[in-house]
Design a protein around this ligand. Structure first.
Ligand SMILES: [Zn+2]
Length: 896
């Protein structure tokens, strides 16, 4: 508002001055956040000439614009674009020579200067430009697979500005009409169906694509290369969609066959989503593309969903983890076709409307189509994971105000995804699933092909449920403030009734500087035992500091679970006797609630309420469970104890012995090879137990078994390729990690060589994990240097480095390496990865010394790296909390 008013006056003044001046200079300041609303795009036409063999591409972008007031310029985005010519045309086809000027290089803000003041009205501006293919997986970027170059796009969050000049802000949704001129031997795909092909001379052709539905810039996508295009099963018409929809897989050359399993599962996902939304899939086709190098896991571009290749290229030898991930991620990205693509958030503070919803919806669809995947438990484990970060003082809120581009880059975190999904799950339960669905359907229908905010969603849910302001305030209390509620509970017998007393505050780990006093509107649901071994559930909205519930039918000695079905996003702290009764009933609780119990143990340990002895008493009870997620729920805390608390051989030996008793018989029963017709869950359990016992607990017998597989896998075939398929694919990462640790340089040599000749994505990830896990100083250094080597793809750097910083010595060596090589590392991976950098190189720090050196090093870089400020604050805070916990805990408790 202020900017606009200043602009108007300036424009008038410049209008007069421009009798003499050829080009007026805008003197309202360049908008570094949202663009002003007085110039709005109506439609784009992109005509691009793309040859993956080159290092640049070129073309033109024509944008129809509604200028809402007289102006001599407009603001838009463009980054690293070489604009050679700008032509502005008015309604009467009169043209004006305009100029493109970079206004803020780092943020990618530019101005188009008209050379004179023009009246309000409709215009069209054409920019002719060229740009380099991006090297950091942003915008229009180039990768190679088996020696052949490919061009792919990734626009979210704010990288469309590298690809074409435009209004790179999600509020502006317009149709895009794209044409791609490419060499005839290249395949090109885009958001919509191809509607035309024109042969040109010298072996080129021009492909035209249908105009899109209104889209924000971040959803525009295309790809060019020698792709295999595989037709999948058609998605049959449904009552929500009268026409069948074509489905295709787009894979690197020669890999087409392996994308078929992913295609086969897609029609059922689409139709299940349509049934939920009561709204047909709205785009004209579905293409799933396997990208040979990619920054995220996948991207929901309407009609052309792009994935990391390991999620799309599957066969009988793929790790179970990837097979399951393929389904889950496909369900997530397809849910976005409604949440995000059909209804879009206007600004990045509401990114959760995309990501929390897609995460929550993915869980719902997976429970429906693959109940054995236990997506209900994954949602709860995801919430526990989010609660770890949400306990930090430096954490974001779900709806964090955006103060700069760094806040956009760092919005894609566990708070937006997993906390957001858990909060939706909690309020769905509170309103009832059917009522919640009616609200969601109304929201999609009302805002289709347009934008909507959190307030719009809350209003739609309130209307569907008939709930008042109290509900809206409760939901907003989770969206607009950070932190995990901690509900203290105690049961007492009063006037012949069982009364549960409740008190809320913020959960804070030991050593936190945070303030505990904080108020949420928490839908608390309690399950409790009544006569004859039966149980009842009762719910209340706790929106005061204290409350109470009368548990009808309970006795003074009833057990109760303070978070029924673990559906609430809160932690609990029970009175001692109450906890003892719950613990005694643990085996009767459903898996969901056993996970809530495990979270309470982990949280109690982190806050200092429980000591190591209490954790080690609870661990075997949970480890007995037949359910993988429950049986392994305390493994992270056991790892922590082993890494940070066990100070002498006796303490370490006790932990190792306990781990052996709890898990080795189970692993031996599963064996180290896949068995015919075993469940996917058995394969996953085998992989996590083998990894924990071999790499964290270093059990010699498990290491030997993996090492034996490693010996076979690292044998070269006659053609010089390794026999990686000789190892169990579910164990390959652990097998190669043990091999580099025990065989040192000889294993490192063959794995480095294999990096240059292996394109199979799951095998590549295992090779990188193996290399990163090397512990001998020289081997580890050689492995880290690969992060700067073109044989490791940009999207693979983090896999390599994450594996390389586990113990104290490893962390110091990693730090020394990083501080010497940070400039090259940042150059390779790009500034926008800066938010993740402190966690990547120092994430497991656990001392004041490490926290301080981290701060000293990153402080001067914060201006350069958007998002690094938050990354630094969180990594530092975690290091200090770890230090406080280690100093407070008595390691002797391990022996009790
Ligand atoms: Zn997503």
């Amino acid at each position: 508002m202020c900017t606009t008013r200043r602009f108007t006056l300036a424009a008038l003044a410049l209008g007069i001055a421009s009798f003499n001046a050829a080009a007026a200079t805008p003197n309202d300041s360049a908008p570094l956040g949202k663009l002003p609303r007085w110039a709005q795009p109506l439609a784009y036409q992109l005509d691009l000439r793309v040859d993956p063999q080159q290092s640049d591409y070129s073309g033109s972008a024509t944008i129809d614009i509604d200028l809402k007031q007289a102006a001599d310029h407009l603001w838009l985005h463009g980054q690293d674009l070489n604009v050679s010519k700008v032509t502005l045309t008015d309604k009467r086809k009169k043209t004006y020579a305009a100029q493109y000027k970079v206004a803020a290089q780092k943020e990618g803000v530019a101005a188009i200067e008209f050379g004179q003041t023009l009246p309000a009205g409709r215009y069209s501006v054409t920019l002719e430009y060229s740009a380099p293919f991006n090297q950091q997986l942003e915008g229009v970027y180039k990768v190679s697979s088996q020696g052949a170059p490919y061009v792919i796009t990734q626009m979210e969050a704010i990288s469309a500005r590298y690809a074409f000049p435009g209004f790179d802000e999600p509020a502006f949704k317009t149709p895009f009409t794209l044409s791609l001129t490419v060499p005839e031997n290249q395949v090109a795909v885009a958001n919509t169906r191809q509607v035309g092909e024109q042969k040109l001379d010298k072996g080129w052709h021009k492909l035209s694509f249908a105009p899109t539905r209104p889209l924000p810039t971040y959803l525009v996508a295309f790809a060019v290369g020698p792709w295999d295009v595989v037709n999948g099963p058609e998605i049959p018409a449904t009552k929500w969609r009268p026409q069948a929809t074509p489905l295709r897989g787009i894979a690197p050359h020669g890999e087409g066959e392996r994308i078929k399993p992913a295609l086969a599962q897609t029609p059922a996902i689409i139709t299940a989503l349509e049934d939920y939304f009561g709204f047909g899939y709205p785009f004209d086709k579905v293409d799933l593309l396997a990208a040979p190098d990619f920054a995220a896991g996948a991207m929901e571009n309407p009609g052309l969903v792009t994935f990391r290749d390991y999620l799309m290229l599957l066969d009988a030898n793929s790790p179970a983890h990837n097979v399951r991930g393929s389904f889950n991620v496909t369900a997530h990205e397809l849910a976005h076709q409604w949440f995000g693509d059909t209804v879009t958030m206007p600004w990045w503070d509401d990114l959760w409307l995309n990501e929390a919803f897609a995460t929550w919806m993915q869980s719902k669809i997976t429970r429906q189509l693959h109940p054995e995947y236990r997506a209900d438990l994954e949602l709860i484990s995801g919430a526990s994971y989010a609660m770890q970060s949400d306990s930090l003082v430096s954490v974001r809120r779900i709806r964090q105000p955006i103060t700069g581009n760094g806040d956009i880059e760092t919005a894609f975190d566990g708070i937006t995804y997993q906390k957001g999904a858990a909060v939706l799950n909690m309020f769905e339960r509170y309103l009832g699933a059917e009522t919640f669905r009616q609200g969601v359907r109304a929201y999609i229908k009302q805002h289709q092909f347009s934008s909507a905010t959190a307030d719009d969603l809350v209003a739609a849910l309130a209307k569907a449920s008939g709930k008042d302001q109290r509900f809206a305030k409760a939901m907003q209390s989770f969206l607009d403030q950070s932190g995990v509620p901690l509900v203290d509970t105690s049961l007492s017998w009063e006037d012949g009734k069982a009364v549960l007393h409740l008190k809320q505050q913020r959960y804070l780990p030991l050593g936190s500087t945070g303030e505990a006093k904080r108020l949420w509107g928490i839908p608390v649901c309690v399950r409790y035992g009544v006569a004859d071994g039966a149980a009842k559930t009762q719910c209340e909205l706790l929106d005061q500091e204290q409350g109470k519930m009368v548990l009808q039918g309970a006795s003074a000695s009833s057990w109760y679970m303070p978070n029924a079905d673990a559906a609430g996003y809160y932690r609990f702290n029970m009175a001692r006797d109450d906890l003892a009764r719950l613990t005694a009933s643990l085996g009767q609780l459903p898996d969901t609630e056993q996970l809530a119990y495990a979270d309470a143990v982990n949280a109690g340990f982190d806050s200092g309420a429980l000591d190591a002895a209490a954790v080690l008493a609870a661990a075997p009870r949970l480890a007995q469970s037949n359910t993988r997620e429950v049986a392994t729920a305390l493994i992270p805390t056991l790892k922590w104890l082993s890494r940070h608390e066990a100070r002498n051989p006796a303490q370490q030996a006790r932990l190792v012995e306990l781990a052996r008793q709890m898990y080795l018989p189970r692993l031996q029963q599963l064996g180290y090879q896949r068995r015919a017709n075993e469940s996917q869950d058995d394969a996953l359990l085998r992989a996590s137990l083998a990894n924990f016992l071999a790499l964290d607990m270093k059990l010699p017998e498990v290491r030997q078994a993996l090492l034996a597989q490693g010996k076979q896998a690292l044998q070269p075939n006659a053609d010089g390729q390794l026999k990686l398929a000789a190892a169990n694919p579910d164990l390959l990462r652990s097998v190669l990690a043990v091999s580099t640790q025990d065989s040192g340089d000889s294993a490192i040599d063959v794995l480095i060589k294999a990096l240059g000749s292996t394109s199979e994505p799951a095998q590549r990830m295992a090779i990188l994990t193996g290399l990163g896990s090397a512990t001998a100083a020289g081997s580890a250094e050689r492995a880290r240097n690969l992060a700067l080597d073109p044989r490791v793809k940009v999207g693979e750097i983090s896999t390599l480095l994450y594996a390389s910083r586990e113990d104290g010595e490893g962390r110091d060596a990693m730090w020394t390496w990083f501080t010497a090589n940070h400039a090259q590392l940042i150059k390779r991976s790009g500034d926008s990865s800066g938010g993740k950098l402190p966690g990547l190189v120092a994430g497991d720090s656990c001392s004041q010394r490490e926290a301080d050196r981290l701060t000293t090093f990153f402080q001067p870089l914060l201006k350069q790296l958007p998002g690094a400020e938050r990354g630094l604050a969180q990594t530092r805070e975690k290091a200090l909390l770890c230090t406080a916990l280690r100093d407070k805990q008595d390691p002797e408790a391990i022996l009790h």
